[in-house]
Design a protein around this ligand. Sequence first.
Ligand SMILES: Nc1ncnc2c1ncn2[C@@H]1O[C@H](COP(=O)(O)OP(=O)(O)OP(=O)(O)O)[C@@H](O)[C@H]1O
Length: 315
Amino acid sequence: MNITLSDISLLLRLILDILVVWALIYYALRIVRNNTRTIQITKGILFIIIVQGLSTLLGLNALSFLISIFVNWGVVVIVIIFQPEIRAMLEKFGKSSSILGANVSKEEQINMIEELVRACEQMSKTKTGALISIQRNSSMEDYVHTGIEMDSVVSSELLGTIFQYGTPMHDGAVIIIGNKIACAAAYFPPTTKDLPSKYGARHRAAVGISEITDSITIIVSEETGNISVAMNGQLTQYKPEGLSRLLRNLLVPDTEKPTSSPLFRPIIDTAKSLGFNRSRRQSETRKQQNVDERIQPLEIVDLTRQGVNTHGKAK
Ligand SMILES: Nc1ncnc2c1ncn2[C@@H]1O[C@H](COP(=O)(O)OP(=O)(O)OP(=O)(O)O)[C@@H](O)[C@H]1O
């Protein structure tokens, strides 16, 4: 059998086509899964598609006509409704890692984590409420503009001062980009999910921002002093040592590996954010390590699962 160059080219194009479509579906499903709003809207769209199928099958022409008008305009409606999610997805594809983007060295990043964890530990002891979000691949510029803009290297003293009760900037969130505080007193859109009643507006805001960006958001509870982290719509409680390990795992780039050419950086970053850079075993080990760092399993609020009662205990 003769395989020509055009056959190989056709095969490569086919593989590329499948990979791109797969990545788009994978991303879309991830966005839908992590956000109650998108789950509800997707259910609505599926319902309309089923009704249209049935109406065509049963010959209900008027209903079928009405739905077809709706479907024709549906693309525009979907783009408008999903605008924040589509934007987040495109930014994720197009932007390089915030660490690389902000040109932060490994030492600076480690120093930022140490200062941040020290601040959280101190605020936890004094029960000072805090909400701190670290930008990763998705841009948080829009949220920076809702607060008081700053450009200061992260230090535990500065974070402690910002969240000091009664000061003008203590209300709202701090956003960290690279190793700098980009703003204080920022507003995050709260989640629409049903959270256990012990979680108030601060935790809602943290979960909300974690649903629409890939940020890491740390909450220190004013009520209990507990430190929690919101990521991908999930809230997990950590001890300071666990928090430090988690942040190092997620934020400190692996410098032993050779750095990639700037041309391929966006592709590699996207692949990394999709989890292609880690072997399954490495990712399992890290996951396990993070699970071990959690303060206690019963305190984990897995918001993607339905079986959570009002005390935050998984059924
Ligand atoms: N949408 C928001 N964006 C940013 N910060 C917010 C938002 N909503 C509330 N906050 C912050 O959370 C504070 C109120 O927290 P609240 O006590 O209601 O929440 P909580 O989750 O019960 O936290 P805690 O355990 O600390 O009491 C506000 O003073 C404000 O600083």
